[in-house]
Design a protein around this ligand. Structure first.
Ligand SMILES: [Zn+2]
Length: 311
């Protein structure tokens, strides 16, 4: 446990996949500590957390979940049991959490979705098989307290940060932004189109980056990597990154209709493991859909397969 600005504590938990770690933050609030995110639910997560929380003066009064990805929500139920504190989560995020992790038919839906976007059957099985690797490590809390952007949690204001996850919420107070995976220092947060996600996640993300520039926090504490000393500057860099990627996506289109799967090779190369390809397809699609919204690309659907051309 490390102490950061304003008495905030950071706990870094191991992650068996890249980037190898995830940060949780303990925020000093008006009535006690608010714990933001939990790490993934490894078998010993509860013991690890018990040891961490022993170092803390005072109790945890709230467990706040920024978004439902396994490395952020995975040990939520463990922490609820350990602290007795209520789990608080954005309403949209919890709906998506139930849809994905609470739904035994989700893998089939993903299979169908990859097919629709052009993945061959043998590859689809591999792509989706990989995604269920996480399931045993996800112990989310059922029926949490649902909140919306603009509300406050123990003195911290909730800020909508869609893009990486539709319902992701950040927290801000006194110039400190708890950024989750909205802003990362050296990694570019993935922004993908997934089944049942909002129609234009990249458009949502670019809007959320504008909001960060407006809020102009002094520092951002991200879910992975070091604190970000110039959050507005980092938001501008990420906008520029996606502007360039949108240009490359347009350049990969021509008069011939192509699927998101095929285009992901042009944009992300041919040499990716299944998990990498899964994100590459989702990320390619979020760029294609942004281009459709901008009028620079056209989407077609025939025989259950979606393709894109330059407009
Ligand atoms: Zn993360």
């Amino acid at each position: 446990m490390e102490e950061l600005v304003g008495g905030i504590r950071r706990v870094t938990m191991p992650l068996p996949t890249r980037p190898g770690h995830v940060h949780a933050y303990l925020l000093p609030g008006d009535s006690g500590w608010t714990l933001v995110d939990t790490g993934i639910g490894l078998p010993d997560a509860k013991e690890t957390w018990a040891a961490e929380l022993e170092q803390l003066e005072g109790g945890v009064v709230t467990v706040f979940i920024t978004h439902f990805h396994p490395d952020h929500i995975g040990a939520a139920a463990d922490l609820h049991e350990l602290t007795g504190a209520p789990v608080v989560e954005g309403a949209l995020d919890y709906a998506q959490c139930e849809l994905v992790w609470g739904n035994p038919l989700w893998s089939e839906r993903l299979v169908e979705w990859f097919r629709q976007h052009g993945a061959p059957d043998d590859v689809t099985a591999e792509l989706v098989g990989q995604s269920s690797v996480y399931r045993p490590f996800i112990r989310y809390q059922r029926d949490p307290i649902l909140v919306e952007a603009g509300e406050h949690v123990d003195g911290w204001e909730l800020v909508a940060a869609p893009g990486h996850a539709d319902g992701q919420l950040c927290l801000i107070r006194d110039g400190v932004l708890i950024a989750a995976d909205h802003l990362l220092g050296r990694i570019t947060p993935t922004v993908g189109l997934w089944p049942a996600s909002r129609p234009d996640p990249l458009g949502d993300y670019l809007g959320a980056l504008d909001r960060t520039i407006e809020l102009d926090p002094e520092i951002a504490l991200p879910g992975h990597g070091d604190p970000i000393a110039d959050p507005a500057g980092r938001a501008r860099e990420l906008k520029e990154h996606h502007r360039v990627r949108l240009g490359e996506t347009v350049a990969a289109l021509d008069g011939e209709p192509k699927t998101g799967y095929v285009l992901s090779f042009a944009l992300f190369g041919t040499d990716l493991p299944p998990a990498g390809r899964r994100f590459a397809v989702a990320e390619t699609l979020s760029h294609l859909e942004r281009l459709v919204h901008e009028g620079a690309a056209t989407r077609f659907e025939a025989d259950g397969v979606v393709t894109y051309t330059a407009a």
